[in-house]
Design a binder for this molecule. Structure first.
Ligand SMILES: O=C(O)CCC(=O)C(=O)O
Ligand SMILES: [Fe+2]
Length: 446
């Protein structure tokens, strides 16, 4: 994976065109509407689901309450989903590359490694090698977190088979009829459920669907119990328990990777290795979010996911081979080339604040495309609700006063969408920038 600055084309004027709605668009709408009518005929249909549909972009679209044109974003800087750094460089752009870090050393213990021929290494020599390589990784990580806020991770220790199994589960889920998927929105929660696109409070409508679940056994079980994974009897061999099992294995592995990354980030800042991790515990409401972007007829005018920064401590993202993740870097949108073997990690707002803004939480977006669906899977490491979060002690001195006051994650969620959110919660952001991953609009948790 590599990426570089891409020069944005001139703002699209197409958003202002008054185009007639093509036939096929109307068909999609009609089909979706028929499905929704079914949903409303079900006896056990919950008010919350109706409310969710009516207050989300794709929900309104499926209900026929929103037209394609209502998704258009005027004067948007469009960079196609498959435009990456290399092409830009070939065209003479010469962008810089997204740092990609080799995490193999982070999974090693200082003493356990065998030599290549299987013999015992000289323990002292090995310890020195290990320490040198770990220090090199920490230095690269520090540069990446300070200057990019984003980086790729390879040799992360998560098996490619597990990743593809999760992708297959996600595709299976998103291809279910809408009425089935809506069973995954049992209580109207917009944070821990299946959601049809962006919520109304946002200034833009996103062309996506998502499923976001807390990483606990209990939560995933509640979800699995409601979903009928396939109505096709030819598909009877599919084991619905496998979603739960793979979900738990995947989130546990991502949690472990998140822990390793935050430990190294803390060490890089000269802090106690546990400075961030002591707030990232098993009882935190960390989530896995599956983002599904159906083919979109107007990707130049419609956003898959609008620009935002993540409210997490850190986020760990895997995107499929389609491409579409873009980072705002030095005022330009930079496309991140997909690589099935790597994860893309970004610093979230919580670690940015705890680091007294030594690290940046960078604005990013997802661009839709007209030809194929796209899937991304994001793990949001978040702190335990009640923990008081402060700037790490070791980072404050006379010349570097704390830039924000102590807060906790529960309070943070409450103010996340407020227009009058204090400045120190969103340094350097434009007023149109919203935070994603945590759409707890009415604080409807659980
Ligand atoms: O789909 C993507 O590549 C971006 C997803 C994202 O940024 C998010 O879910 O917060
Ligand atoms: Fe994000």
């Amino acid at each position: 994976m590599a990426a570089a600055a891409a020069s944005p084309p001139p703002p699209s004027s197409a958003a202002h065109e008054n185009k007639k709605k093509p036939e096929e668009e109307r068909d999609v709408n009609n089909m979706a509407q028929a499905e929704v009518t079914n949903v409303f005929n079900l006896q056990d249909q919950e008010e919350a689901v109706t409310k969710m549909l009516q207050s989300t972009s794709m929900g309104q679209y499926y209900l026929g309450q929103t037209k394609m044109e209502d998704f258009f974003i005027p004067d948007r800087t469009y960079v196609p989903h498959n435009k990456y750094a290399e092409e830009e460089e070939e065209e003479g752009g010469g962008g810089d590359e997204l740092p990609v870090l080799d995490f193999s050393v982070a999974a090693e213990s200082p003493s356990s490694k065998k030599t290549e021929n299987g013999g015992e290494p000289n323990p002292q020599q090995h310890h020195q090698d290990y320490a040198t390589r770990k220090q090199a990784l920490i230095s690269q990580l520090l540069v990446a977190a300070e200057s990019w806020g984003f980086f790729g991770v390879v040799n992360h220790g998560i098996s490619l088979e597990l990743i593809s199994r999760m992708q297959a589960h996600a595709h299976r889920f998103f291809q279910l009829p809408l009425q089935e998927k809506l069973k995954g929105s049992p209580n109207g929660s917009l944070l821990y459920s299946y959601t049809t696109g962006s919520v109304d409070v946002l200034p833009t409508k996103w062309w996506n669907e998502s499923l976001q679940l807390i990483w606990t056994q209990e939560q995933v079980q509640l979800f699995c119990d409601r979903i009928v994974w396939s109505q096709d009897h030819h598909d009877a061999h599919y084991n619905p328990n496998s979603f739960r099992e793979d979900f738990l294995e995947f989130t546990a592995a991502l949690g472990e990777l998140g822990r390793r990354i935050m430990e190294l980030l803390a060490e890089g800042l000269g802090l106690h290795p546990d400075a961030f991790n002591r707030h990232f515990r098993a009882e935190s409401h960390s989530t896995l979010r599956l983002n599904y972007y159906p083919p979109c007829p107007h990707p130049d005018k419609i956003e898959g996911m609008y620009e935002h920064s993540d409210a997490s401590m850190i986020s760990i993202l895997h995107q499929d081979q389609v491409g579409g993740l873009q980072i705002l870097r030095n005022g330009k949108w930079v496309g991140v080339r997909p690589d099935p073997a790597s994860f893309v990690v970004n610093i979230g707002e919580i670690v940015m604040l705890m680091s007294n803004e030594r690290f940046s939480s960078v604005v990013h977006r997802a661009v839709a495309n007209s030809s194929e669906p796209r899937l991304s899977m994001v793990f949001f490491c978040v702190p335990v609700h009640e923990d008081v979060l402060t700037v790490a002690e070791g980072l404050i001195d006379a010349t570097h006063p704390a830039r924000f006051t102590p807060f906790n994650w529960g309070d943070y969620l409450k103010i996340l969408w407020k227009k009058d959110r204090p400045d120190y919660y969103r340094p350097g952001k434009t007023s149109s920038t919203k935070t994603s991953g945590e759409e707890e609009v009415d604080n409807k948790e659980s």
